[in-house]
Design a protein around this ligand. Sequence first.
Ligand SMILES: [Ca+2]
Length: 498
Amino acid sequence: MAACAPSGVVAPEEGQQPRQESAEQGQNVVQPVAQDSIIPTWKAYPRQWPQKAGVDWTKFPSLPPLNPRANAQVIHVAPDGDDGSGLGSFKSPLKSLRAALERATPGAWVVVRGGTYLEGDGDFIGVRLEKRHKGVVVTAYKGEEVIVKPANKDVTYGLEISGDDITVVGLKFEFSRVGATIGDAGRTMRNLVLARCAFDANAGILILPPPNPDRSPIIDGVLLHDVKVSGAEMGVSCNDGPCVNMRYEGLEVVGRASDAGSGADAVAAEAGDNIALIDVKVSGVGADGIDLKATRVAIANATISSVGRNGLKLWGGGDVFGTTIHKTGADASVVFGAGQYRLLHSVVAEHNYKGPTSYSMTVSYDEREPTSIEVANTVFWRNSGGVFFAPHAEVTLRNNVFSQIGNQRAFDHRELSVSTTDSPGGLKKADIGAETSLMNTKPGFADSDAGDFHIGPGSPLRDAGASLKTVPDFDADDAPRVVGKAPDVGAYEFSKAK
Ligand SMILES: [Ca+2]
């Protein structure tokens, strides 16, 4: 009956979703009809927020549509499929992703049913998406769990992507060495989307190529959306770069805590521009949490905890908002180089606490280039030391908490060395807005030992924040930033509704 219509529409059977079948064997133009989506709807993240870092939100790749466009090539893969006799249809699927990608033409959708796939026989990489796969979408079928594992012990890399405009949705890769390598040496690779993916490997996602001879970007356009990297010594790294126009939303990196002090970074870029991170969680990594040698960086609602070295390092300026950094080691929890920075509604806690004294934050420590920083509505609490602002830095402080600092030092700037025991009046001479600092205030966090930095109803941080301009209207819970007569200090606004 499919032969009656060119598009091969098959009436839906009772209780099944409608679909199309090609009558011609091997043609693989087999299409589920768009009454139901293949991909479930996306979690609604705030897509952008007001910031002063100069981020251009229009440059980031978008999430894929929930269905392939009409007439797209759609190839179905299922654990009970057959790479030899399968048509690649919904009813007659292939058995492996590799076989599907052999047949895929530009713009094809590879739709993978739930199950475990053993990929990469005869190769060291499980799944390859190459230049000829331009515009290809590889996606798990709605609501189903797809796990990709090595076909044998010689397959140690999960995914290699070297083509443009490629999207991978809903796949979990479990490989020994590397979850995914990205890039195509010698050129700029463009527009990669990894959504609802997970990588369990020694290194999560590596943007690997060496620098292009003309220093053009290695990659232009990356969206990581709801991506988890676990068991990793290294999380997501742009090794040489530059990597430009990258948005990481809902990225979680869970390292192997045993590597503390000796491992690699969780989220890093050696060179880059126009980078936005939102709801990024990093924990248990050996080296740095987030380390970006990049310009135009905006970070909202990050959580960085239990890292062997620095929590957050930015080298070319940036806006940081709603971010909690705690249980860090090394020379500082937050390291900012030269540039223009804002650290707003954040928490820097338990840096080397009860350990050797070191600054909780350093700003332009070794750099001499022009630097400015605004720190507002932020809590520095239970750190071994205070904050260092370089003498040449222009500093604005508003409504910050400095409390339970091991050496009782709030911050050092020029001739000032401000102690947490100084009276607020004594801070006026700093003329940097510090008179509103909340010294030695107990923040009243809900359960900081468990990493919960919400404040309770009795906290003095409630309504104690300054009103800030050009900031998100959401707090670190994605709830309204201002409740009551003023914003609360810290990452989370107290609300009875929560
Ligand atoms: Ca409030």
